[in-house]
Design a binder for this molecule. Sequence first.
Ligand SMILES: N[C@@H](CCC(=O)N[C@@H](CS)C(=O)NCC(=O)O)C(=O)O
Length: 95
Amino acid sequence: MLELYQKEECPFCQKVRVALNDLELDFISRISHTGSAQREFMLKLGGKAQVPFLIDQEKGVALYESDAIVEYLYNTYGKTQKSTTDNTPKVCPIE
Ligand SMILES: N[C@@H](CCC(=O)N[C@@H](CS)C(=O)NCC(=O)O)C(=O)O
């Protein structure tokens, strides 16, 4: 199962969600706000206070960085990556 540590309002997380939806992959969403239990768990697993963070339990893979995650998903689970223009604003809202 895929687990995505994320925040709804994070544009980098949105990019990963778009890829997951495009590939029709089921995933567990772990909402990871500052101070939350999910955030603490992510820090223990990955060492960085940053989202998105993907865990692929079956493949034993854990990844930060949205571009690396999207590339991993298409390489591992997919068809050819869609050549969509990425209009996602690269500004993280303040919590
Ligand atoms: N280069 C990273 C940037 C990710 C990023 O800046 N994420 C912000 C949220 S939008 C973050 O984790 N900020 C620290 C925090 O939320 O604690 C990527 O593409 O994944």
